[in-house]
Design a protein around this ligand. Structure first.
Ligand SMILES: Cc1cc2nc3c(=O)[nH]c(=O)nc-3n(C[C@H](O)[C@H](O)[C@H](O)COP(=O)(O)OP(=O)(O)OC[C@H]3O[C@@H](n4cnc5c(N)ncnc54)[C@H](O)[C@@H]3O)c2cc1C
Length: 289
């Protein structure tokens, strides 16, 4: 199918992006890599009257480390993030997730910010930024604001961005030697959207888990933290991790949704398998910390 007719604006500055958004309101859509937006338009699930291409605007670009923060520009293509040494060093969880995002051709065009703004419940990056407690730098007609990852995602394909706002960049706290990371997903084929996935970070101090984040994706409307399991891990020495109890806490608190191919019960089993793998990683890598 073909999209309905639309105007195309190749913005040259952030000011131009914001003024078109202010003028056209919900008739306008930001175009980043187009890997989700264009198929949606082709299927006529979306019919914006104007697309604002942000690929030429400097503010959305670049990956840099400042003090203890890694800043990733919203317009950074997946392939740039995948190959960036700064990401591998300072945000290993994101580096681990990148190869699972689609296929090389899509990663050549799709962007870090586009993936987050699209807010697909099966996408890898929303779970990673939640696990890393990242902050989102947003700009709108009233100026800049910053929100934490937990407040950015509101539901399936829904974020806290107003019609006149754009995501400029994301700030990820840099990893420190006490952090241990785990990323894995179950997918039908490599590069497909996940059936169930887990992005996770633990802080291990003197052989004890000081803090843990377990964030599942593709199992509910938004990437979801397993709060009770996280709490149960706090203060636990690595050699005493009770995987059965942690998996039980997950089953008690999260009921995964069914999707077209996979039942809730099957997804829960996958979540528990992924959790056991994460706990084994914490136990083995945390010892070396
Ligand atoms: C076959 C296929 C397989 C895929 N598999 C996966 C997968 O396994 N995992 C995965 O995570 N993704 C997958 N994707 C999606 C891919 O990662 C896209 O790159 C991503 O979802 C959207 O990024 P984009 O840059 O293409 O955004 P676009 O398609 O350009 O935009 C997506 C949405 O975000 C908005 N937007 C984009 N940037 C901004 C911004 N800076 N500020 C405000 N709003 C903005 C747009 O207006 C639009 O509503 C797949 C896509 C395809 C076609």
């Amino acid at each position: 199918m073909k999209p309905t007719p639309f105007e195309y604006v190749r913005a040259g500055s952030l000011g131009e992006v914001l003024s078109v958004l202010e003028e056209r309101g919900d008739e306008a859509k930001v175009l980043a890599g187009g890997q989700s937006l264009i198929p949606t338009m082709n299927m006529r699930f979306a019919a914006p009257e104007v697309l604002i291409d942000i690929s030429n605007v400097a503010e959305f670009r670049g990956i840099e480390v400042r003090d203890d923060v890694l800043r990733i520009g919203a317009m950074c293509r997946h392939v740039e993030v995948l190959n960036a040494p700064e990401v591998a060093k300072h945000a290993p969880l994101i580096a681990m997730a990148m190869p699972s995002i689609a296929h090389a051709t899509i990663r050549n065009r799709g962007t870090f910010g586009g993936s987050l703004c699209h807010a697909d419940p099966a996408a890898e990056l929303p779970a990673c930024v939640l696990a890393l407690d990242a902050r989102f730098n947003i700009h709108g007609k009233t100026g800049p604001r910053s929100v934490c990852a937990q407040d950015f995602f509101l539901g399936t394909y829904m974020t806290c961005l107003a019609d006149d706002e754009v995501l400029i960049s994301v700030d990820v706290p840099t990893a420190n030697p006490e952090n241990v990371f785990f990323f894995d997903e179950v997918a039908r084929r490599k590069g497909d959207y996940a059936i169930a996935g887990l992005a996770s970070q633990a802080t291990v101090r003197d052989g004890i888990i000081a803090d843990a984040r377990l964030v599942f994706f593709a199992v509910s409307e938004v990437a979801i933290r397993a709060d009770r399991a996280e709490l149960a891990l706090q203060g636990v020495p690595l050699e005493n991790i009770d995987a059965e109890a942690i998996c039980g806490a997950i089953a008690d608190t999260i009921t995964p949704f069914d999707d077209l191919t996979t039942s809730s019960a099957a997804k829960l089993t996958m979540m528990q398998v992924l959790t056991r793998r994460a706990l084994e990683t914490f136990a083995s890598q945390g010892v070396a910390v």
